[in-house]
Design a protein around this ligand. Structure first.
Ligand code: DC
Length: 231
């Protein structure tokens, strides 16, 4: 029988820091990484390029099912290179426009269903860190450790603002606050796979925590539960 690889899920709203923390934890443990939000962003980006209407659930699901995507981590680099239909997407999937379109696409049950098995296929030894909204509730309900990261809307808008400015993408704080609040509402109130902590998730509020502190808490939670002898 093949050994089942362990999974650590990190869910939470936009700007809670889950992408950064998931990357750091995956690197520390030497595990694979699934950025599930990138899949929804890629469906949104590709739909735009192929003129698929964001309200056309059937065509979007068909596109999602055959999504031609690959994630590469070239040796010696820190940034994942994401390719859509063979070409690197660069920062195109990180814009607020793409994030908002992704949130709409992600509210469609047929699209979520089309991406379900593809996400589960990322589970490979020695282990997987999966970040998203429904990793602990729907995609990997049997995960070994489930973390739910949260932070106040103001703090998350501030973080997103800094992130965008650093990348040279123009941003406006009041607009970001409104957009984050709207996206939260859409992600938490949708009927399919709404954003919520799994019953067995550890909830961490990162409003007052640095990236380093959050990373250490997650690593310690993992080690306390599963590898106490390695400390
Ligand atoms: O994490 P992110 O901002 O890259 O996600 C983009 C959008 O995709 C976000 O609005 C919510 C959605 N999403 C989702 O519904 N389920 C996931 N597992 C990951 C992201």
């Amino acid at each position: 029988m093949t050994e089942r690889a362990p999974v650590l899920t990190i869910d939470g709203p936009s700007g809670s820091g889950k992408g950064t923390i998931a990357t750091l934890v995956a690197r520390e443990l030497g595990w694979h990484l699934l950025d599930s939000g990138a899949l929804y962003r890629l469906v949104a980006l590709g739909a735009g390029r192929h003129n698929i209407d964001l309200a056309d659930a059937d065509s979007l699901a068909e596109y999602a099912a055959s999504l031609d995507v690959c994630f590469e981590l070239p040796p010696g680099t820190a940034e994942v290179v994401t390719r859509l239909e063979g070409l690197p997407v660069g920062d195109a999937i990180r814009s607020e426009t793409c994030g908002n379109a992704a949130s709409k696409v992600a509210a469609l049950g047929a699209v979520r269903q089309a991406l379900l098995q593809r996400q589960r296929d990322f589970r490979r030894t020695p282990g997987l860190v999966a970040d998203g909204r429904d990793m602990g509730t729907v995609v990997f309900p049997d995960a070994e450790l489930k973390i739910f990261l949260t932070a106040s809307v103001a703090e998350r808008a501030q973080r997103r603002y800094k992130q965008l400015i650093q990348k040279g993408i123009s941003a406006n704080l009041p607009d970001l606050l409104t957009e984050i609040a709207e996206r939260d509402a859409r992600d938490t109130q949708r009927t399919v796979s709404p954003l919520k902590p799994a019953d067995d998730a550890v909830v961490l509020d990162t409003s007052e925590l640095s990236i380093e502190e959050t990373r250490n808490r997650v690593i310690n939670l993992y080690r306390d539960r599963f590898a106490p002898s390695r400390q």
